[in-house]
Design a protein. Structure first.
Lengths: 114, 115
């Protein structure tokens, strides 16, 4: 158990809909990262938050947004969903930000867009 | 950009030592090298991290030459349970509000252990 909690584990929805994925980081970790992993693909970095502020942005679509709340949990919002958004979405957390910080991953949310 | 390059896949027999090499020619001075293991439908799991020379823990060793442009993950005496995808991450270079770099895990190396 990494200590990172993601909910829900599975999500099935239709095209055009909007969903929210939630992540609770390990106790004490200030950084939260979001990744997308499509079938048999590598991990695509979406966005990072550090202590409530956006720290880094990767390949995140404009239809997607995220935020980190004062209690440090984070939510990833996906809107106007398309079939191609079906993927595993992982959240990771680390104590701080910077090169030496190891990321601890949650079990992921499997999103299926039908 | 601190881009990493790894072999797409590798096969090995049980009991053998497996070495997976990652190339990171543009590694920055303050970058650490971190390896993760991922089983299907699970989140990646930290294996080992290093900055230079050699690091060893209970599951693996990491060899980093002096120029730090590559690194080799060594798994001793692998078993079937080591079948997974292994990612090398030169962490953390990222597109940020402060810089111009990109965080990426790359495609990873799919390791298959044969009985």
């Amino acid at each position: 158990d990494s200590g990172v909690t993601q909910t829900p584990k599975h999500l099935i929805t239709a095209t055009g809909q909007r969903v929210t994925l939630r992540c609770s980081p390990r106790s004490g970790d200030l950084s939260v990262y979001w990744y997308q992993q499509s079938l048999d693909q590598g991990l695509q970095f979406l966005i990072q938050y550090y202590n409530g502020e956006e720290r880094a942005k990767g390949n995140i679509l404009e239809r997607f947004s995220a935020q980190q709340f004062p209690d440090l949990h984070s939510e990833l919002n996906l809107s106007s969903l398309e079939l191609g958004d079906s993927a595993l979405y992982f959240c990771a957390s680390s104590p701080r930000t910077g090169s030496k910080n190891i990321q601890y991953f949650g079990a992921g949310t499997r999103l299926s867009v039908l | 950009l601190a881009k990493t390059t790894q072999p797409i896949s590798m096969d090995s027999y049980e009991g053998q030592e497996v070495n997976i090499t990652c190339s990171h020619n543009n590694i920055a001075t303050n970058d650490y090298i971190t390896w993760y293991q991922q089983f299907p439908s699970q989140g990646p799991r930290f294996i080992i991290q290093g900055y230079k020379t050699k690091v060893t823990n209970e599951v693996a060793s990491l060899f980093i030459p002096a120029d730090r442009k590559s690194s080799t993950l060594s798994l001793p005496r692998v078993s079937l349970s080591d079948t997974a995808v292994y990612y090398c991450l030169v962490s953390l270079s990222f597109i940020s509000n402060f810089g111009n770099e990109k965080l990426t895990f790359g495609t990873g190396t799919r390791l298959t252990i044969i009985p």
